[in-house]
Design a binder for this molecule. Structure first.
Ligand code: NAI
Length: 328
């Protein structure tokens, strides 16, 4: 058996936490031969800490063979100690009447603190996934607040958008979701993202030619994927949690264990590829190998795609400008 690795999860008593922790502990994220120690962070508030205690009792009651330890924390400086993986799920949701600027600044404070704590105490190879919204900008803030860590260790979750796009394409073509390759989602985890199936194949056949319907792409597919989160809130009365947790598992598993050449979408700091300014936390098509991701290069960006990419980029640039004062 391998030595245990440390996995920190913030917002551990929330809805995504409840759908996530049991799967991490059962080995679905890092493999069925990889023991894990869970380091769970919640706000100091008594209700949250009590709820966390309850979740821990349930984790204990599963008697997961791979669960080598569980810790409850209220301070990121202890929660992130020596952690190898950090899933930053907890954030402050947008309240009624809250302006975007206010949302960005409240979350700015959270992710500056957590970035600094990771910088101070986490493993130097920590892999960080930010799920809490606004995910890309929160990840950017954490990255900028951790100058001693490799910026490439910070990522944002676009995988839910990717999986949503794959599911819509499978339904449209009547093919199996597992057979879809070379799909990607560019940009921000927000309705502005650009889900792009121009390069996608199913059993080697082009998805674009199979669908052959630009109006469907523009008027049905993109709005459906972009507004899926809102549709789930309208139907369920709560935001997507199980599918978000599932996407987080997919993202971390692929990053840690590799994709065997398969494309996946990750929000990562841009290296300047495709004209995206350096450091913008942007959804790109990547492949993963040996614990590292690599942007798929050489894709042609046609006029429609450039427009969509510029649109989602403009939103991210605006968010980045909105938090610049917090980062000094
Ligand atoms: P939730 O409200 O059920 O749980 C969030 C938990 O985080 C709460 O228990 C809260 O006490 C905790 N928390 C808040 N601030 C914290 C901090 N500074 N440190 C530690 N814990 C903290 O929310 P839910 O449904 O679990 O969603 C979590 C986040 O994930 C939200 O921001 C949501 O918008 C986002 N999300 C992102 C998706 C993506 O694709 N990137 C998809 C779905 C949700």
């Amino acid at each position: 058996m391998k030595a245990p690795v440390r996995v920190a999860v913030t917002g551990a008593a929330g809805q995504i936490g409840y759908a996530l922790l049991f799967r991490i502990a059962s080995g679905e994220m890092l493999g069925k031969d990889q023991p894990v120690i869970l380091q769970l962070l919640e706000i100091p508030d008594e209700r949250a800490q009590n709820a966390l205690k309850g979740v821990i009792m349930e984790l204990e009651d599963c008697a997961f063979p791979l669960l080598a330890g569980i810790e409850a924390h209220s301070d990121p400086m202890t929660a992130f100690k020596d952690t190898d993986y950090a899933l930053l799920v907890g954030s402050r949701p947008r309240g009624p009447g809250m302006e975007r600027a206010e949302l960005l600044s409240i979350n700015g404070a959270i992710f500056i603190g957590q970035g600094k704590a990771l910088n101070a105490v986490a493993s130097r190879d920590v892999k960080v996934l930010v799920v809490g919204n606004p995910a890309n900008t929160n990840a950017y803030i954490a990255m900028k607040s951790a100058p001693d860590l490799n910026p490439n260790n910070f990522t944002a979750m676009l995988r839910l958008d990717h999986n949503r796009a794959a599911s819509q394409i499978a339904a449209k073509t009547g093919k199996a979701v597992a057979d879809i390759e070379k799909l990607t989602v560019w940009g921000n985890h927000s309705p502005s993202m650009y889900a792009d199936y121009r390069f996608a194949t199913i059993n080697g056949e082009s998805v674009k030619s199979m669908i052959n319907d630009e109006a469907w792409n523009r008027d049905v597919f993109l709005p459906t994927v972009g507004k899926r989160g809102a549709a789930i809130i309208a139907a369920r009365g709560l935001s997507s949690a199980a599918s978000a947790a599932n996407a987080a598992i997919d993202h971390m598993r692929d990053w840690a264990l590799g994709t065997n050449g398969k494309w996946v979408t990750m929000g990562i700091p841009s290296d300047g590829s495709y004209g995206i300014p350096k450091d913008v936390m942007f959804g790109f098509p990547v492949t993963c190998e040996n614990g590292e991701y690599k942007i798929v290069q050489g894709l042609e960006i046609d006029e429609f795609s450039r427009e969509r990419i510029n649109f989602t980029l403009a939103e991210l640039e605006e968010e980045r400008a909105g938090v610049a004062h917090l980062l000094g």
